[in-house]
Design a protein around this ligand. Structure first.
Ligand SMILES: Cc1cc2nc3c(=O)[nH]c(=O)nc-3n(C[C@H](O)[C@H](O)[C@H](O)COP(=O)(O)O)c2cc1C
Ligand code: SF4
Length: 419
């Protein structure tokens, strides 16, 4: 069996509304253990685990923790990014709906280790069930002394508040998210300074994804070195995969890094509906590369994904069968980003409109070879000149399609008569 249920080990075994259920299955045990450790020792364990952020960029979690810990400020924040706006991703929702206390426990441990005083969970507005569950769980945790003043008898105070977005994709980007919590329109800021030195209300702030924070109690339990033995050298531990599209079994599966994409689709997803052939698979979500069937033996690993100029660690696999047309998919992707662009910088604001116009020419079989060149150079400009990760990653699908689906482009140019 290729599944390895560590972060998802309590899924289906506890009532997520019941803190007692969570405690019975070792919940908050790792918080108690962490509170007996030196703060630097906790960060060392995360460093030895080589935990990389699960929100997409794969940034080492320990470096952010060290950054926050060294800031001498009487007010510091930990934010859990639960915006999950990337199409095809729903693993954070599963974590919030199935094991909300694990997220809180991770946040409290991180706050203790870094000296943070207040936490926020920024939840996608559409996730009403997650929002209610988290609020309920925070109240329960307070009643048991895991949150609030003098947590577990220690001179450590920490509280968590839930905030929700209003459906904007860019609000998942860390600075846009911070602006949104502050009550401003969700627009990014120029980096540096990074949030760990100047974040929410200009105070030091650590932002991590739901899955990253959910993994912290596990690292305290296993020890960093043991955690690092799971997965591959550059990508340790496990990854929650959101599997969707034309597979028989859609859902969230936890696997160790290093499993081939093909195994996820066929062994966990049960193969393709009606046993059709696979035309293409999009990795990571709308911002990720589109690859053809012959590349499915590629393993799931941050390093491999980075070969596509893409930071797609969020773990979506969207399977499209032989009935799908690459240009219809690309148009949907580009239109999504055109709609979600915040409009702050020109390459992203104007570029997606022009990309869509070019793709429509291929759909209508009115394109020429010159349009391939224009599409490629425009995609590269948006990738290189955009201010935030939205524009920097949005052209990935187009760039990958130009590499792996060249024949589809040529067919549209060479056969204008076909329908
Ligand atoms: C446009 C855009 C949207 C993003 N949306 C999310 C999101 O929904 N959830 C998330 O965890 N990270 C998202 N990110 C990444 C965050 O900016 C940030 O890197 C992440 O929350 C850090 O957490 P991690 O280090 O644990 O991965 C997004 C980035 C960009 C550029
Ligand atoms: S890249 Fe797009 S979303 Fe990001 S700041 Fe520029 S216009 Fe806004």
């Amino acid at each position: 069996m290729i599944e390895m249920k560590l972060v998802s080990k309590r899924f289906g075994k506890i009532n997520p509304l019941s803190i007692d259920d969570y405690i019975k299955l070792d919940g908050y045990k790792n918080l108690a253990k962490a509170l007996k450790m030196e703060k630097t020792e906790i960060i060392e364990q995360v460093e030895q685990a080589y935990l990389r952020g699960r929100g997409g960029a794969g940034f080492p979690a320990a470096i952010k923790m060290m950054g926050l810990a060294k800031e001498a400020c009487d007010e510091k924040f930990v934010i859990c990014n639960a915006d999950e706006g990337e199409p095809g991703n729903f693993k954070d929702r599963y974590l919030m709906e199935n094991d909300p206390h694990q997220i809180l426990e991770g946040m409290i441990i991180v706050a203790y280790a870094t000296g943070a005083t207040k936490g926020f969970i920024y939840v996608r507005g559409e996730y009403q069930k997650s929002i209610s569950l988290l609020k309920w769980s925070i109240d329960e945790a307070k009643k048991k002394g895991f949150l609030g003043q003098n947590i577990l008898g220690k001179n450590f105070n920490f509280d968590i508040e839930v905030r929700s977005g209003a459906g904007s994709y860019v609000c998942g980007e860390e600075f846009a998210l911070i602006e949104s919590i502050e009550g401003n329109p969700g627009r990014t800021r120029v980096k540096p300074p990074f949030p760990t030195s100047k974040g929410l209300y200009n105070k030091p702030t650590l932002i991590n994804n739901v899955e990253t924070l959910s993994t912290i109690p596990l690292i305290i339990e296993m020890g960093g070195k043991n955690f690092a033995k799971i997965g591959t050298k550059s990508s340790t531990g496990t990854k929650l995969i959101s599997l969707s599209g034309n597979v028989k079994n859609k859902g969230v599966f936890e696997i160790p890094f290093g499993v081939p994409i093909r195994d996820v689709i066929f062994k966990l997803g049960g193969g393709i509906e009606n046993d059709r052939k696979i035309k293409m698979v999009q990795l990571g979500g709308a911002c990720g590369p589109i690859i053809p069937e012959y590349m499915l033996d590629m393993i799931i690993d941050f390093e491999r994904f980075e070969e596509f100029d893409s930071k797609t660690g969020a773990g979506a696999i969207i399977v499209m069968d032989e009935r799908f047309d690459i240009f219809t998919v690309l148009l949907k992707v580009v239109k999504f980003f055109e709609h979600e662009s915040c409009g702050k910088c020109t390459p992203c604001r104007e570029g997606h409109i022009q990309l869509a116009n070019l793709i429509i020419k291929f759909i209508e079989r009115k394109a020429t070879v010159k349009d391939i060149i224009s599409l490629e150079s425009l995609a590269r400009v948006i990738h290189q000149a955009s201010l935030c990760g939205l524009g920097q990653t949005s052209p990935t699908a187009i760039i990958s399609s130009l590499k792996y689906f060249r024949d589809d482009y040529l067919d549209r140019i060479e056969h204008p008569e076909r329908t």
